[in-house]
Design a protein around this ligand. Sequence first.
Ligand SMILES: Nc1ncnc2c1ncn2[C@@H]1O[C@H](COP(=O)(O)OP(=O)(O)OP(=O)(O)O)[C@@H](O)[C@H]1O
Length: 275
Amino acid sequence: MSEVVLEARGIVRDYHVGGGLFGAGRTVHAVKGVDLKVEKGKTLAIVGESGCGKSTLARIITMIDAPTAGELFIDGEKVDIAARALSPEMRRKVQIVFQNPYGSLNPRQKIGDVLMEPLIINSDVPAAERRERAMTMLTKVGLQPEHFNRYPHMFSGGQRQRIAIARALMLNPRLLVLDEPVSALDLSVQAQVLNLLADLQDEFALTYVFISHDLSVVRYIADDVMVMYYGEAVEYGSRDAVFSDPQHSYTKTLFAATPRADVESIRKRLARKAA
Ligand SMILES: Nc1ncnc2c1ncn2[C@@H]1O[C@H](COP(=O)(O)OP(=O)(O)OP(=O)(O)O)[C@@H](O)[C@H]1O
């Protein structure tokens, strides 16, 4: 039987904005009741334009932010995100990789320390083993052991994203939330990082939630696709079903607005890289 790693039921997130001493302000309904389910080793891509609620949903899944309503289950266990003391074990299971590797790495921290930090904070793994695990992880993401003592500015954008992925994997998570992880990279580097993610998924049986606005990337990486529009999931199904027979008018418009040539060229490039 398949194992469900992530399930969300009726997730709602409202933000109260504006309103000072005398103003009432207003409520932004960022996520309006989203259900989703992702099985072990699979990738759910969440796609939609800026402001549709993708990042809000990503923060809720990562337990950084609490929903206004709804339930979240990780490995079948209900998560009480509002609780201050979420167990370290629960936190360990879900890690996030952000779009901008420049912003997410401390410029004064050597790469080895970047990788060992999650172990220092969340585990009692001894120093020698921390070092060894960081070295191993560097090679798993296609970097070299000698990169251990270098600083982030000495790396390219693609290499920095590899470092961010390595750090996210240091605690052996079950689920990686990838929030536009290749959007800031050149096309050829995007392909390399996507192939790396596919390899790591196979090796560690990882489950991915992949947030993107780029349909060509989604088509390559996803098993299932959710299309969000103004906080709602207007389309949700297998990649092939969503791409071959989109049901919602917004999805049709979104697909029509994506230049076909772009999709084809990146698919060919990815296929060449994969060969
Ligand atoms: N902390 C916040 N306070 C108030 N409103 C917010 C907050 N975070 C997000 N919003 C609003 O919620 C809506 C959804 O935002 P969100 O960032 O989740 O969308 P997104 O699809 O990820 O967009 P982008 O790709 O631009 O990040 C937007 O209208 C946004 O302005």
